[in-house]
Design a protein. Sequence first.
Length: 387
Amino acid sequence: MAELRQRLAGRLRLDDERPSAIVYDLAQVQARAFELKHALPEFQHCPALKAAPYEALLRHFGGWGFGFEAASFTEGLVAARAWPGAPLLYDSPAKTRTEIARAQALGWVLSANSLDELARTQAPCSLRVNTRTGRGQVAHTSVAVAGSRFGEDFEELPGDLDCAGWHAHIGSQGCTLDQLVLSARRLADLALRHPRTQWLNLGGGLPAQAAYADYAAALRAEVPELFSGRWRVYTEMGRSLLATTARAYTRVEYVRRGVATVHLGADFLLRRVYRPDDWPCPLQPLDGTFALRPGPPCTQTIAGPLCFAGDVLGTVQAPPIAEGDIVEIGLAGAYTASLWSRHCSRRMPPVFGLAADGALQTLSAGESEADLLRLWRQADLPTQAAG
């Protein structure tokens, strides 16, 4: 996305008050969304809100005919406000009875994580099943393994169980195409044994740069029943849909002993910092005008602003970095700000969308000092008379 940084020159200014920003290329967001729709037009696609729950961004997806997938009740409320009436999958594994009742009243599509939760629901509901496709390359986000706390084992379901739908999600990033298709095959086989099935939810889990056409071709070859029209079929893409569509930009504040300290670290790239082998992240130093700096490269470290030794984003081979330069962070469109850490109480940066005509739109204002003070405040207490 070299073009993105070139288009930002003269449009985005980073300073003491705003030392960092996230920028979505709105044309790329649309292109990626329509790539999914064109590959699988028969399905109802519901992006995972936990990837990037910006209300202004969700409105784009709502206008394109997408629904949404919520992993908490509050996420669902964000989506409902952004695009009222859009299909909403509610998949939290920790729903309270009150949340279940409210979701049912709102007409959300519920997925129970267990038989115990299924017994709490009154409206038609799907059951999440563990399709046992095995561990992917990223162990801590792989959930289709023996003993997983997510879903009921598909081979151990009661024979008389009859649900309105079936749901499977095997993990995020690091799952192979074969694993994803095997999960869909087992989900369809389960539905075929239960003729009253109304819908299937295939989950998400494709890698960030996956080709949706490859996924669609594999599903058509191995699970043709999904395209028969007998069931509604949902997907809940997150990282694969949004990660590549945005980059973050953060100003270099200090350079010392070959280490450039910037204003985004483990607060923004939590997965990258704590598990760098599982979550690679491209870094590109730029000068203060968003241009590549000329000169011979050398090895330098990019460090975040948090007060612990491990807050390191990575190393780069680049011309010497100077104070006031900018570091561009790739794959920033999903599971970055939505995983924001409160360590050191730093403010979340603003989020912008760069339109095709060059206009820079605010998608989220970020946080102010007042927002942070409000977060940590003591609840207002009644005034007591001195005595």
